[in-house]
Design a protein around this ligand. Structure first.
Ligand code: ZN
Length: 212
């Protein structure tokens, strides 16, 4: 199968699919100073020996946890395969493990994403769907937005017959603070095209997810 890169008509894509345009970024020194402020606010002494390197580590961690702001979903899905040999049934990738940060508390939520789509002419490498999840997960998120954004990116770039995305996740802001409900999980779904319009497609998606 030959990989082909089709020119994307970027103007027609949603903003979050094209990538995020960032404003001026504070300096690393400013970011580390902000962490020292939060340590002091928590009640500890940022100058205490055990905490001296902490601001540097926290800012390093931010580079990983929020790297999705510097990645472009459209580019992740850009390389598609056009020879699909008449395959027009659904493609399902399930149990894509991710972790993200909730935009309300900046605390982790983690879980699994399941993605299905029904290709028309173009399919994408399966690992690209996992990478797409990571691009959106490595930003400040709500689970609802992330579910919809993943579906929209696949819809706009692959133009499939339909897309289904389900995310199950546990939110640390619910487990460790607030109502402190350890182990509860939140499920969100977003259906586009045939998965939205044809109950049979939805049923197949849900049935395949339940298979062991
Ligand atoms: Zn939260």
């Amino acid at each position: 199968m030959d990989a082909i890169v089709k020119p994307l008509r970027k103007a027609s894509l949603s903003d979050h699919v094209k990538g995020v345009t960032l404003g001026a970024r504070p300096s690393r020194e400013e970011a580390e100073a902000a962490v020292r402020t939060l340590i002091a606010y928590a009640g500890d002494d940022p100058a205490r020996e055990g905490l001296l390197e902490t601001p540097k580590r926290v800012v390093d961690a931010y580079e990983e946890l929020y790297r999705g702001y510097r990645e472009c979903p459209a580019e992740v899905l850009d390389r598609t395969f056009s020879e699909i040999g008449g395959y027009d049934d659904l493609v399902l990738v399930r149990d894509i493990v991710f972790n993200s940060q909730c935009e309300h508390h900046m605390m982790p939520f983690m879980g699994k994403a399941h993605i299905a789509y029904k290709p028309v002419e173009r399919v994408v490498g399966l690992s690209k769907l996992a990478r797409l999840v990571d691009v959106y997960a490595r930003r400040l998120q709500t689970q609802e937005h992330m579910t919809a954004q993943i579906a929209t990116a696949i819809e706009e770039i692959l133009n499939p017959r339909g897309v289904a995305v389900m995310i199950e996740a546990e939110h640390m802001c619910m487990s460790l603070r607030g109502v402190e409900k350890l182990g509860s999980s939140t499920v969100t779904t977003h259906f586009v095209g045939s998965f939205r319009d044809d109950p049979a497609d939805q049923v197949r998606f849900m049935t395949l997810l339940r298979k062991g």
